[in-house]
Design a protein around this ligand. Sequence first.
Ligand code: AMP
Length: 184
Amino acid sequence: MLKNKTNNNLKASNLSSLKTVYLGIGTNKGTRETNISSAINLLSNIKGIKLLKISKMLKNPPQEGIKSGYFLNGAIKLLTSLTPLELLKVCKKIEKKQGRKETRIQRRKISRVIDLDILFYGNEIINTKELTIPHPMIEKRYFVLIPLMEIAKRFVHPLLKKSIKELYIDYCAPTSIKNCASAV
Ligand code: AMP
């Protein structure tokens, strides 16, 4: 069913202009599994988006000073005819629809119903007021690298020129292996 729906989403698009995109998805508030499946369902209904792969969701403790309950984090591979900004708008709309109301400053510290980040947009490098792509924290977050390992192992980071597998191995080098191991 999902397959037909997503195929229809791209029917009118010029196939050569489609981009392969990886999104990060996370939640640490309410019924996490439901938050994730609702967001994925909303994404699958967007015209111009075809979902290709969804990683398993990783259960992990909050990072970077966030005082809250556990997170579920994963990654999504999709094809899209949307521009990066259009895709960002879609992500924000879905976050809002699912009840994320915090201001930008608050967001960094507190719980979130759903968080959608554009990790990669094809091989494009974008640095604007609204968007930094590739997402700047990919190589420093095991909860992003582990889901990407499942669905994008061979994808090469366009700035760092290393595959996801290489970035994962770098991050999980002896000094930080404990972090990575505790997440799986
Ligand atoms: P947050 O959801 O707290 O991670 O921050 C969302 C804000 O970060 C958005 O309003 C975007 O303008 C900005 N942003 C910059 N780069 C990205 C990206 N690659 N993916 C999603 N949001 C981004």
